[in-house]
Each structure stands twice: as structure tokens, then as C-alpha cells.
Design a protein around this ligand. Structure first.
Ligand SMILES: Cc1cc2nc3c(=O)[nH]c(=O)nc-3n(C[C@H](O)[C@H](O)[C@H](O)COP(=O)(O)O)c2cc1C
Length: 365
């Protein structure tokens, strides 16, 4: 029998290279140049929204009644007909070869090992077919409703042919005011800044994300027409109000994706965590809601689920893992965040994801 203090030590013993998400973050910082680090982290304007996206999670407080805790919580859930080992997905982030040359191909393999779903953006460094072939994980294709609707439908057809299960549509008509990237003269084509932006940029469809403005203008009517004709069911991303949630459902969306793009689109919007409960109350219990912007640890996942999300998308958190150590870095990130989510459920006395409700808070945002 080992002494009690040795047993305590053993609880944290592991052969893994990274023992915490903090360690992965530090390694990502060491791996990336200043310019690439800024691309990953930057927001728009004064970055008020980017900052508040994470600090809003710091303001919530959990209520942990004595003897409430349990030892074997179940982290599994189902989203849009797919089983997830915990309520998370990979957020769609583009230009990812800057962080690691294997980009979304590596991320897909790590997501498959973790038992979650992957969202792949049109702005990926890889063709959507390449990412599809790299792993067997279920995938959602993210693209922008911009330009010619027939071109958009063709692209969705391509994603369907490659095996994607859903399309996730955003609207992002003009370039964002990202001062860190402006100061760095960041160029995805590599005149200055990262040179390895990957093969995907030779794909004209992928360039859509980078255009300054594209005609014709889109509105809910055009979106509804395309959603009705889309060969894949559509999730609408960028929902930040009750009015938009309703409009997206009226337009035929099968799920809502509440997101302010991590504060990378426009500064001084509300945090998504503040808006989420209002959207959930307005649309009712049945509409699937994906949430992102600011999720950095397992307890943040519990918070977002308790306030109305069905699953969260992990953006920068996964990018840190990718930058730190490619596929292994992402796999380890997902293991750690899942484990911390499991621990949070246990301490809060929630035996399953469905048990998460505002009851877990002594203070919410
Ligand atoms: C480097 C980077 C690139 C991104 N590219 C895209 C993109 O191409 N399409 C998109 O819908 N969202 C994009 N996003 C936003 C993410 O999908 C997600 O909404 C955001 O990262 C959530 O905020 P968080 O990472 O702070 O949690 C990008 C985010 C980052 C960090």
C-alpha cells in the first residue's frame, strides 16, 4: 500500500507531454511567430468584444451544495442526429496552415479520436475534399452567403458529394478592421507575413471569404431561397439576437449557431453568453443551438450548456492545440477540456448533460 500522500501525487501522474490547457497555450505561443500569433488571437477595433467573450465566463459563479457531487457523470450528447462524446464541435477557422501544415486534416483525425464533430470552413487551407478524406469524422461545411446564389448552391453540392452532413452559412460581406493584422501587414498570400497559407487559396471558392465586397446583396429572402434548394440542411451562424434567431428559423435553418466570431468580425457587440439565454427562451427547447466565442475550458462548456446551448464550438482553443503540436496537440486539448467538463459535471451534481440548467449558478452573467 502506498502512503496517502503518494496516492495524491499519483492522481496527477501522466506520461502525456501536456498536463494542462495552459501548458498547450504556452507551447503554441513559443511555436508561432509574433505575426502568426496575432492572426490567431486578434479581434477587431479595440478588441473589447474579444476580451469580454472570455471575461464574461469569469464573472459567473457556481453553486456547489455539500454532498451534491457525483463520481460518474455522463458527458455524452446528441446533436443533429450525431452522437458526441461531449457537447463540443470544432469551430470553422480558416488559414489554419499558418498554425500547422496539416491544418484541418490533422484536426479531423483528432476530432474523430475524441468522438466529436468537425466544422470545416471554405477558407480552410485545404480543399474541402482533402479534409473529408483525411478522417472519418462527421463534418459540417461552413461557407458565406455571398456572391452568386447558384455558385453557393454548387459549393454546397460539392460538400454533399464529399460526405459533409450539413452546411453552416454565415454572412460576412466586407473585410474586418483588425488592427494587429494591419500593423503586421499580414497577408494571406505571403508577400509579407506567413508564407505557408496552404494550397486551399488556389481554390477560387475559398477566396470568397477574403473579398472586400461581392454583389449581389443578400437578405433573408435570398437566404431562404438557397436554404430551400440546398442539398444539405443548413445551420445559420452569427446569430446574435432574438430577431435574427427567429428570422433564421423562418428562413429554414435546422439549427442556430450563436456566435460573434470570437470578436473578429466587429467590435463592441454583446457577448454571446449574455444573449444566449434570451435566444433559448424565445425559440423554445427543441431548436438545436450551437454556441461559441470565448470557450476556453471545460467549466465554460458547462456554463454555456446551462444557459441554453446544446453544444459549443471550440475555435482558438483548438487552434492553440494545433499550433502547439499538430494532431497530437488538438487530441490532447480535446482530452483535457472533456475531462475538465466531466469533473465540473461531477462537482455540480449533474449526472448528465441534460441536468445542466441555471440552477448550477449562484451568479450568472
Ligand atoms: C484564426 C481564425 C480564423 C477564423 N476563420 C473563420 C472562418 O473562416 N469562418 C468562420 O465562420 N469563422 C471563423 N473564425 C471564427 C471561429 O469559427 C469561431 O467563431 C471563433 O473562433 C470563436 O471564438 P473563440 O475562438 O474566441 O472561442 C475564425 C477564428 C479564428 C481564430
Amino acid at each position: 500500500m502506498s502512503k496517502p500522500e503518494q496516492r495524491l501525487d499519483d492522481r496527477y501522474r501522466t506520461d502525456e507531454k501536456y498536463t494542462t490547457l495552459r501548458g498547450i497555450h504556452a507551447q503554441a505561443r513559443r511555436q508561432l511567430s509574433e505575426i502568426d500569433w496575432n492572426y490567431l488571437n486578434c479581434g477587431t477595433g479595440d478588441e473589447v468584444t474579444r476580451e469580454e467573450n472570455t471575461s464574461v465566463f469569469d464573472r459567473i459563479r457556481f453553486d456547489t451544495p455539500l454532498f451534491a457531487g457525483i463520481s460518474n457523470p455522463d458527458t455524452r450528447t446528441n446533436l443533429l442526429g450525431h452522437d458526441l462524446s461531449f457537447p463540443a464541435l470544432i469551430a470553422p477557422f480558416g488559414g489554419e496552415a499558418v498554425f500547422h501544415p496539416d491544418g484541418h486534416c490533422a484536426i479531423g483525425r483528432a476530432a474523430e479520436a475524441a468522438g466529436i464533430k468537425q466544422m470545416v470552413p471554405a477558407a480552410s487551407s485545404f480543399h474541402l475534399e482533402e479534409v473529408a478524406q483525411a478522417s472519418g469524422v462527421a463534418k459540417i461545411f461552413q461557407m458565406t452567403f455571398v456572391g452568386d446564389p447558384e455558385g453557393v448552391l454548387q459549393m454546397i453540392g460539392r460538400a454533399r458529394a464529399a460526405g459533409y452532413t450539413h452546411v453552416c452559412a454565415t454572412y460576412s460581406p466586407i473585410r474586418q478592421w483588425r488592427e494587429r493584422m494591419m500593423e503586421d501587414r499580414f497577408s494571406p498570400r505571403g508577400e509579407k507575413g506567413p508564407s505557408n497559407f496552404g494550397p486551399g487559396l488556389s481554390d477560387p471558392a475559398n477566396l470568397v471569404e477574403l473579398l472586400d465586397f461581392a454583389e449581389p446583396r443578400w437578405g433573408w429572402k435570398q437566404a431562404a431561397d438557397v436554404i430551400a434548394r440546398s442539398p444539405l440542411p443548413c445551420i445559420v451562424k452569427g446569430v446574435q439576437s432574438v430577431a435574427d434567431a427567429q428570422a433564421a428559423l423562418d428562413a429554414g435553418a435546422v439549427a442556430l449557431y450563436v456566435s460573434n466570431y470570437g470578436g473578429r468580425s466587429i467590435d463592441r457587440t454583446l457577448t454571446t453568453l449574455e444573449i444566449l439565454p434570451h435566444i433559448r427562451a424565445a425559440v423554445g427547447a427543441e431548436v438545436p443551438i450551437i454556441f461559441d466565442s470565448g470557450v476556453r475550458r471545460g467549466s465554460d462548456i458547462a456554463t454555456a450548456i446551462a444557459l441554453g446551448a446544446n453544444a459549443v464550438a471550440l475555435g482558438r482553443l483548438v487552434a492553440f492545440g494545433l499550433a502547439a503540436d499538430g494532431e497530437y496537440g488538438v487530441r490532447r486539448t480535446l482530452e483535457l477540456v472533456k475531462r475538465e467538463f466531466w469533473t465540473t459535471l461531477g462537482h455540480l451534481g449533474c449526472s448528465s448533460v441534460a441536468d445542466l440548467s441555471p440552477r448550477i449558478f449562484s451568479r450568472s452573467p
